[in-house]
Write a protein that binds this ligand. Structure first.
Ligand code: A3P
Length: 317
């Protein structure tokens, strides 16, 4: 599909977006869909899926560190996470294919198994070979209170707009108010939105195929990182042995990937990824920051939209 055939909605900072398959995406992602469909999965793959600003960076770090703990012990000064941002350790399928389908193909094919990959694409738009074929690997989804996701997304969009060359003019940065971000979000009009449809797709898949799709929650990870990383590793087929646990490996991974450890690493204070400063991916990393930006009425309105859309009663969500 060529960009000129897309009808782009322009007021949805930081990028103009188009609707595709019931979701909103920047035009370059819609254009990359056909190429993503050619991606060749392996049964050993772990695909980390998330709605943007829901804890993707953290999940990437944890899954990468857990899967590669034999060749990269978490206490090692040479650990890749001490020298690279988590987004440089685990790539997004659709961004790589959008950049260059041929390069993405080569880069992913060259990765040794088991590969840890990532996507923000909704479950319904993942290529079938990634979800239901024998070659399909496992999927781990992370979900977050959408009120915190919205605040994080608004702050992040403003940072993106401050970067020259972003889809929206730099001078518009100051005019993108939280009120406008809230209204657009409530209409589902944000990258990969509507957020509740995104969550619902992965939630349903996790209920239907619990061995294939693991559903994690950001707030639960904050409350019990050790328990959730133990679950994550087990699901990925890389459960911690008693000896590893006794040696403190699990705890070391949790510490290596903690908000404060990652945020304070030199690479994350100075480097860039996707033309953005690495530090943009580490703001305050807590649950409940929405109370500082939203009135109780706004929160109730968004909660109701999510509640109605997810049919919370009886869905087990
Ligand atoms: P806040 O903006 O609320 O602080 P994503 O990684 O999907 O882009 O999500 C970004 C959010 O995750 C940001 O939330 C960021 O601060 C938070 N985050 C990043 N790394 C984290 C970590 N190691 N632990 C907890 N939260 C983290």
């Amino acid at each position: 599909m060529k960009m000129k055939s897309l009808s782009l909605q322009t007021r949805c900072p930081p990028d103009p977006m188009a609707q595709h398959g019931g979701f909103w995406f920047p035009g370059y992602i819609v254009e990359a869909m056909e190429a993503v469909a050619l991606f060749e999965p392996r049964a050993s793959d772990v695909l980390l899926a998330s709605f943007p600003k829901s804890g993707t960076t953290w999940l990437k770090a944890l899954a990468f560190a857990a899967v590669h703990r034999a060749e990269h012990p978490p206490h090692s000064p040479d650990h890749p996470l001490r020298h690279r941002n988590p987004h440089q350790c685990v790539e997004f399928l659709e961004f790589a294919f959008a950049e260059s389908a041929t390069t993405a193909d080569d880069v992913f094919a060259a990765l040794p198994s088991p590969r840890v990959l990532a996507t923000h694409l909704p479950y319904s738009l993942l290529p079938e070979r990634v979800t239901v074929t024998a070659e399909a690997g496992r999927i781990v989804y992370i979900c977050r209170d959408p009120k915190d996701t919205l605040v994080s997304m608004w702050m992040f969009a403003k940072k993106c707009m401050a970067v020259a060359g972003s889809g929206t003019a730099v001078e518009e940065e100051d005019t993108f108010t939280f009120k406008e971000a809230f209204e657009l979000f409530c209409q589902g009009q944000c990258a990969n939105g509507p957020p509740w449809h995104h969550v619902a797709g992965y939630w349903e898949a996790s209920q239907r195929w619990p061995d294939k799709v693991l559903f994690l929650r950001y707030e639960e990870l904050l409350q019990d990182p050790v328990g959730n990383v133990r679950k994550l590793a087990g699901f990925m087929g890389r459960g911690f042995s008693e000896d590893e646990e006794a040696a403190g490996l699990l705890q070391q991974i949790v510490e290596l990937c903690s908000f404060h450890a990652l945020k304070n690493m030199k690479v994350n204070k100075s480097g860039t990824v996707y033309d953005l400063k690495n530090e943009s991916f580490f703001r305050n990393g807590v649950a409940g920051d929405w109370t500082n930006h939203m009135t109780p009425a706004m929160a109730a309105m968004l909660d109701k939209i999510v509640h109605d859309a997810l049919g919370l009663q009886g869905s087990g969500f």
